[in-house]
Design a protein around this ligand. Sequence first.
Ligand code: ADP
Ligand code: MG
Length: 163
Amino acid sequence: MESRGQSEPVLVAFGSNLGNREENLQLALQKLAECADVSSLHPSSLRETEPVGYADQPRFLNGAVFFSFRGSVQELLGLLQSIEKSAGKATPFPNGPRTLDLDIIFFGSLRHTSPGLTVPHPRWAERAFVVEPLQEIAQALPAETFPPEWKTEIAAATQKLQA
Ligand code: ADP
Ligand code: MG
């Protein structure tokens, strides 16, 4: 069998505020689970949150998921965008309502900036609806699975949000 190299641990945050929100998120998790390049999937619980940036829209259902991904960060972005499309993603404007949003928060220890992709996600640490599910996963997973440098960053972001 052809080897595609090592798997990277990744954290993806997700949200939905249009249509059947829980169904949209469950569908996204199911699609990830079906992908041959995805393993060790561990989702957080879901929480209802107030919209950020543009307030006049329905409440979001948010969560995050940890998994191992065999492929490049660009391939992961492509996979997430195809899943967003399959949920009929509609995003009328930035920070506006959407059926499904999937954002790459961390990809191993990668730091990457290009016109279409910034990793780690530039605003993750300011958003409680991202930080809380990440903290939940960090506490649930065994130390050998969860990268220690992520754990430190997530703990710092949690403290800052609570200050
Ligand atoms: P947002 O999530 O910022 O509200 P969108 O979901 O419409 O908005 O995404 C807009 C673009 O953000 C995508 O086309 C993608 O290329 C880009 N992008 C940049 N960094 C990331 C990231 N870390 N994860 C996901 N998309 C990203
Ligand atoms: Mg997005």
